[in-house]
Each structure stands twice: as structure tokens, then as C-alpha cells.
Design a protein around this ligand. Structure first.
Ligand SMILES: [Zn+2]
Length: 145
């Protein structure tokens, strides 16, 4: 079965079910089709293009919504990071060590680290994770050394 959206010459739209497209042609050709609203046999297939346009618009809109959701997530993470972690800037490696060895109370920190420091920390068994740029609070406000 196939479904066609149909429209009469008075602009009434309705749907019709046919076993095939030639079934539609047969029924339309022999005047068996009529509008359920005004009974006119002048019925034709509605042009579907506007529906396609709408679908594209919806797609574009959901992509926008997804991007917005992503940036809201990033903003939330930035907020969490800035609330719960100290920006120690370039002292990151030093601070991470101090916390790891119990010289300073445990706390969340973030900052920049050189590749050299990064691998040194790893060798010492100190956990540090790269923070994607989108998640770095910007601009770093308080708690700067
Ligand atoms: Zn009609």
C-alpha cells in the first residue's frame, strides 16, 4: 500500500491509500476519487516539496540545539572547575607534587604544565588529566598565585 496526500480543487487536503501508483491513476482516471469534504472528483496528488523543506529546517534546528546543549555542558563544567579547583597556573607541577606527597591539603587544581613536567608527574604516579580548552574557566578569576 502507498499513501498519497491528495488535494481537491477547493484546496481540501486528505490522504488516500492505494495498492500501487497505477491503482491511483486508475481511480483518478475513472473519477472514483472524490474529496471527502466537498465531494468534487477534481482531486490530485498534493505537491510534497514543502514537507521536505520543513524536514530540512527541523534538522538544522536540532543541530543548533545540539551545539547549544554542548556549549551549556562546557559552561557547566567550566563553572564546576572554577568553583572546585584552584587555578595554579604555571605552578601546576609543583602544586600537584605538594598535594600528592601530603605537603599541602588535597584539593582540585588546574593549570598549565610543560610536556617535561607532565611525563615527570606521570613517572611519579601523580594523576593529571588534560583539560580540553572548552572546559577551562575563562578568564581565570580569583585564586591566582
Ligand atoms: Zn474538497
Amino acid at each position: 500500500m502507498i499513501r498519497y496526500d491528495l488535494i481537491c480543487d477547493h484546496g481540501h487536503t486528505f490522504e488516500g491509500w492505494f495498492s500501487s501508483s497505477s491503482d491511483y491513476d486508475d481511480q483518478a482516471g475513472s473519477g472514483l476519487l472524490s474529496c471527502p469534504a466537498c465531494n468534487t472528483p477534481k482531486v490530485e496528488k498534493a505537491i510534497m516539496a514543502p514537507a521536505v523543506k520543513t524536514a530540512r529546517k527541523v534538522e538544522a534546528r536540532s543541530e543548533k540545539a545540539a551545539k547549544k546543549a554542548m556549549s551549556m555542558v562546557a559552561a557547566k563544567i567550566r563553572e564546576e572547575v572554577s568553583k572546585n579547583c584552584d587555578n595554579v597556573g604555571e605552578n601546576f607541577a609543583e602544586e600537584a607534587r605538594a598535594i600528592h606527597y601530603g605537603e599541602k591539603p588535597s584539593r582540585g587544581i588546574y593549570g598549565s604544565v610543560t610536556d617535561e613536567d607532565s611525563s615527570a608527574l606521570k613517572d611519579e604516579g601523580i594523576e593529571a588529566h588534560p583539560l580540553p580548552d572548552a572546559f577551562v574557566p575563562d578568564p581565570p578569576k580569583t585564586k591566582l598565585n
